[in-house]
Design a protein around this ligand. Structure first.
Ligand code: G3P
Ligand code: MG
Length: 255
């Protein structure tokens, strides 16, 4: 599939609208849609007993009232945890969604998705297999092609092995001179860089190789506009409304 048929938006809500609602919850996805986002990013991981859940950290400690590693906790325990109060009291009824629950909600909201596979170390292959099995069963991949990303090359290789045509993005926190070899091996369509390691030359270099450049996590308007000027196609942001407004203002000003 050609990259431009992905219809990628300039603004991707990072973990949902995570500045306004607890990250990676259904509330964060609803909020993202309410404030104008068309695309959302979320993180998936294996819980105990093989359930795929939507959470960023390897432990439950920061974003729930539970303790311990996600991989060691069976879903029937995770299902009862409060995943909202840490953010604000009115979100106390939020739960860690399963991937199935999340995809069902996102379909209702008519959003497009970037699923980041975030494996507990050692669980790369199982996480990828289970997450993709669910994705292909529960998401209208033809109508809304999902962008599948990971910082784990093992996950991306497994995704490519399982689905020859899936759209892959490589997440990179550090600049690596290997990016061309990796691009070729994985046949990825995009690179998702930490914006702090980007400059105009790097963006141009990756773009010239025919890859889309995305940048995370960009919460400052001026920085977002600079990245767009360099050729970054999308930014992951906790404040989708703020970046969208700035883009709209720029468009009006240019007209
Ligand atoms: O996918 C972009 C971004 O989400 C990667 O970093 O740690 O927020 O998942 P992180
Ligand atoms: Mg992520």
């Amino acid at each position: 599939m050609l990259a431009n048929s992905l219809n990628l938006a300039a603004v991707i809500a990072h973990r949902g609208a995570s500045a306004y609602a607890p990250e990676n919850t259904l509330a964060a996805m609803r909020k993202a849609q309410q404030i104008g986002a068309k695309w959302v990013e979320f993180d998936v991981m294996l819980a105990g007993e093989g359930e795929v859940v939507v959470i960023h950290d390897f432990t439950l400690n920061r974003t729930t009232n539970g303790r311990g590693r996600v991989i060691d906790t069976p879903y029937n325990k995770i299902a009862h945890l409060d995943a909202g109060s840490w953010f604000a009291p009115e979100f106390r009824n939020e739960r860690i969604p399963t991937l199935v629950q999340l995809l069902t909600c996102l379909q209702e909201l008519d959003l497009h998705i970037n699923m980041e596979i975030k494996p507990t170390p050692g669980q790369e292959l199982t996480t990828t297999r289970k997450a993709l099995e669910i994705l292909y069963q529960h998401w209208p991949c033809e109508k809304s092609p999902p962008l599948i990303s990971s910082g784990s090359l093992a996950c991306l290789r497994e995704a490519r092995r399982l689905h020859a045509k899936c759209l892959l993005g490589v997440i990179a926190d550090h600049w690596s001179s290997d990016w061309q070899a990796i691009s070729q091996e994985l046949m990825c369509i995009s690179w998702h860089f930490n914006h702090k390691i980007l400059n105009s030359a790097r963006v141009a270099e990756v773009q010239a190789a025919g890859k889309l450049v995305l940048a995370y996590t960009v919460n400052e308007v001026e920085r977002a506009l600079e990245l767009f000027r360099w050729g970054v196609v999308s930014v992951f942001t906790n404040y989708p409304d703020v970046i969208l407004k700035a883009l709209q203002q720029q468009k009006t000003g240019d007209a």
